[in-house]
Design a protein around this ligand. Structure first.
Ligand code: C5P
Length: 216
């Protein structure tokens, strides 16, 4: 199989950023795309580590699965797995902000409005991009609502990626919870490949094929 002996790291799902012991800030990511990718890499013979935020998804293959909750947990898990990884695909919808203070007890209803102060989380993908050594392949996702292609290309350069996979919320049937996705892939030369709407399993195959082309 083409990826025998290769180590692959995939992130999937959302992250949850605690507000207090019962509440969090999260997002609609289902984890389906990342799990489909992890399964496809395993089908190709790779040794896969899947770092997953809170999700109901189950992997069908034997993977090393690491469950995390917050962006900070995901960052630590990624840093420890990345150095060993030949191919890394960051599919998780990581929170960009988290509450600056996590209340140790449930916040009681106030008489008036409540303001939460948020601080930035670390950009995991950009952190790994800085650590990337020659021979390692790093792939990111971009989910955009407008000016998609320019943002996607900007991410490829800023985060030191080898490929960026763009999915737009403007395409019906693409994105967070659906079983289908419509992607465009940009490589380092900013060459673009546009794909049809497909099941996430088929999309995962297309992404793996694009990565295999770079290895050969
Ligand atoms: O910049 P933006 O968040 O849109 O980039 C999306 C890409 O970056 C995805 O591949 C996502 O997994 C990754 N990301 C990350 N850590 C963050 C934010 C995004 O790894 N804090």
């Amino acid at each position: 199989m083409p990826l025998n002996g290769k180590k692959v790291l995939v992130t999937a799902g959302p992250t949850y950023e605690a507000i207090d012991p019962v509440r969090f800030i999260g997002n609609h990511s289902s984890g389906k795309m990342g799990f489909a990718l992890a399964d496809e890499f395993a089908n190709l013979g790779a040794e896969v580590t899947l770092i997953a935020g809170p999700t109901a998804q189950q992997s069908t293959n034997a993977l090393k699965r690491v469950d995390v909750i917050s962006a900070e947990d995901m960052l630590k898990a990624c840093i420890s797995a990345f150095a060993d990884s030949d191919i890394t695909v960051m599919c998780a919808a990581v929170a960009d902000y988290r509450p600056k203070v996590v209340a140790s007890q449930k916040i009681k209803k106030q008489a008036d409005d409540l303001t939460l102060e948020l601080e930035k989380t670390a950009d995991i993908l950009a952190t790994l991009g800085k650590e990337k050594k020659s021979g390692q392949i790093l792939v990111g996702f971009a989910l955009e609502t407008h000016d998609e292609e320019n943002y996607a290309k900007g991410k490829l350069e800023k985060k030191n990626l080898d490929l960026v996979v763009l999915n737009s919320l403007n395409d019906k049937g693409a994105g967070f919870k659906s079983d289908t996705n419509k992607i465009t892939i940009f490589n380092k030369a900013l060459e673009k490949t546009v794909f049809e709407m497909k099941s996430k399993t088929e999309v995962a195959k297309d992404i793996c094929t694009a990565i295999l082309k770079m290895i050969k």
